[in-house]
Design a protein around this ligand. Structure first.
Ligand code: NAD
Length: 329
């Protein structure tokens, strides 16, 4: 199997995209791979996330917008594969206003797909989310479940998935879609619940718990997500969707308890706030397909992963303190 290729990674300065690029160009990454990151550097993008690979001979960075057809066309023509992470990714922001989500997540994906067809890229990995399925009370979604997204964020990701799969059926483009559960880990922008709570607790502040705290999510370490995306890029099949899960299912109340414990704080630091509008009760994906077909299994236990994450935020204040003003909605 030849995995040496020229890979265009969109959104590679963000939380998950940068973890992917650091892995791809790290000591255990595939030999000879050339990686170009295309990232607009929105409030969520941070060039410092790529410092460990900046001097790697196989690395290049281009600041730009996935909605810019000229730039995208030029870059796509110079690469064999695309791994598409770039997105507006914060549900609360999509509730405050969905325009930027439609633009980047839908139009941006379409711009990349157009170029991918035109320049005959060999593989297009669309990195998506379990949120496209909507909410499920019991059991877990398989990949053939109809999409019933509820938040504007999830609706734009679902649109992008459908566009990507349509380009497989219509144009024969080798599109592979991944749908992962909630990620946590280091380098996550401090607006998402885990780093928001950890940074506030480390600063002696208070944290907000939505509604009754009974909403349930599956929490997966970012390194496990990254390994799964890489398995899909190198060994997945064209036109297929792969759910990625197998983390730890927790209610928001249980997650809050774990974060308080990990930061040495107690429940007196928690404010109970009004629930998020349209808040999905529970997400759960069935990840049998990627396990049986590609041999994926999560490796990082939640307790260990959370302890590492808290330690990283404790030791890397210089990374997150300057971001706090950008994190406010
Ligand atoms: P993030 O917000 O940390 O990073 C997004 C990156 O995209 C940033 O670097 C940003 O600058 C860049 N970007 C945004 N708009 C752009 C544009 N128009 N052109 C070019 N670059 C642009 O997001 P993340 O948490 O790393 O998520 C990455 C992907 O994974 C997203 O597609 C998201 O939907 C998906 N995902 C995330 C999770 C999660 O728990 N965070 C779970 C499943 C799937």
């Amino acid at each position: 199997m030849n995995t040496a290729s020229r890979v265009l990674v969109t959104g590679g300065a963000g939380f998950i995209g940068s973890a992917y690029v650091r892995t791809l160009l790290g000591p255990s990454g595939p030999e000879g791979t050339q990686v170009t990151v295309l990232d607009k550097l929105t409030y969520a993008g941070n060039p410092a996330n790529l410092d460990p690979v900046r001097d790697h001979p196989g690395f290049a960075f281009v600041r730009g917008d996935v909605c810019d057809p000229e730039l995208v066309g030029k870059l796509v023509s110079e690469h064999d594969q695309i791994v598409h992470f770039a997105a507006e990714s914060h549900v609360d922001r999509s509730i405050a206003g969905a325009g930027a989500f439609v633009r980047t997540n839908v139009v941006g994906t379409q711009t990349l797909l157009d170029a991918a067809v035109r320049h005959r890229v060999t593989t297009f990995v669309q990195v998506s989310t379990d949120e496209v399925y909507g909410s499920i009370d019991t059991g877990a979604w398989t990949e053939d479940e109809p999409l019933r997204p509820n938040s504007p964020y999830a609706a734009t990701k679902a649109s992008a998935d459908l566009l990507a799969l349509a380009h497989h059926r219509t144009h024969g483009l080798d599109v592979r879609v991944t749908r992962c559960s909630n990620n946590y880990g280091h380098h996550q922008f401090p607006e998402k619940v885990v780093p928001l709570f950890v940074t506030r607790l480390l600063d002696g502040g208070r944290v907000p718990l939505y509604g009754d705290g009974s909403h349930v999510r599956d929490w997966l370490h970012v390194d496990d997500h990254v390994r799964a995306v890489e398995l899909v890029r190198t060994r997945g099949r064209a036109g297929e969707v792969y759910n990625i899960g197998g983390g730890t299912e927790l209610s928001n109340r249980e997650l809050t308890g774990a974060l308080l414990d990990a930061c040495g704080a107690d429940w007196s630091r928690v404010d109970h706030v009004e629930d998020r509008k349209g808040h999905d009760r529970r997400y759960a994906v069935d990840w049998t397909k990627i396990r049986d077909e590609l041999g994926y299994r999560p490796r990082t236990g939640f307790a260990e992963g959370l302890a590492d994450t808290v330690a990283w935020y404790r030791d890397n204040r210089s990374w997150w303190e300057p971001l706090l003003s950008r994190a406010a909605l």
